[in-house]
Design a protein around this ligand. Structure first.
Ligand code: VGL
Ligand code: ZN
Length: 205
């Protein structure tokens, strides 16, 4: 890979894998592939979903509401998730088989109690930055490749925002897995395509 390209490894955490609180079907299956892909990139950034226990995205913090229902919040519609990726918990840890020793940044997102953050760039209020755009830009990165969990939430929102910040953006589709809630996967691919993100198979890289 060229030196202006970086790999973003999104949320490959225990809670999104088999046995986790918000397990993505077949989520673990991508770990060996991501390890092999990462070896091709000089710059790798890993993200972690990282919430306080009282986070607004947890159904448990909305009395009478169940996981996978939605609610209206000041910044828009919010899916109410099972409690997941509580900061510093085992579920929030990276999958034990994820092996990317040369990753230069581990970025945590979703720390603010009152705002979710699927995207690695911008929180759900669409205003608060994580700072990732500045990190990448100041290192001369202009092209991003994305992989990880889940295709239709954190990968998709990160890919759309990567386009917003002007990066050439490619989602490595076989290195992602989806939650697919009420058609969310097809909708996410449509939004990513409309934003100008490309879709590639790992074999083509
Ligand atoms: C994610 C739902 C809630 C993800 C994070 O990583 O895709 N999905 N929090
Ligand atoms: Zn989350």
């Amino acid at each position: 890979m060229q030196n202006n390209a970086a790999l973003l490894v999104i949320d490959v955490q225990n809670d999104f894998c088999t046995g986790g609180a918000l397990a993505v079907p077949d989520g673990d299956a991508i770990v060996p592939l991501i390890n092999r892909l990462a070896a091709k990139f000089a710059t790798v950034v890993i993200t972690q979903d990282w919430h306080p226990a009282n986070h607004i995205s947890f159904a448990a913090n909305h009395p009478g509401r169940q996981p996978f229902e939605t609610t209206s919040l000041p910044y828009g519609e919010q899916v109410l998730w099972p409690t997941h990726c509580v900061m510093a918990s085992h579920g929030a840890a990276l999958h034990p088989n994820l092996t990317i020793p040369h990753a230069s940044l581990i970025l945590r997102k979703g720390l603010h109690r009152q705002v979710d953050s699927y995207s690695a760039f911008l929180e759900a209020d669409r205003t608060t930055k994580t700072g990732l755009d500045g990190y990448l830009t100041s290192r001369g990165i202009t092209a991003l490749y994305l992989c990880g969990l889940a295709t239709d939430y954190c990968v998709a929102w990160s890919a759309e925002d990567a386009r917003t910040f002007g990066f050439k953006t490619t989602v490595i589709e076989d290195a992602c897995r989806a939650i697919d809630l009420n058609g969310s996967l097809a909708a996410a691919w449509a939004r990513m395509g409309a934003a100008g993100a490309a879709r590639a198979h790992s074999a083509a890289l």
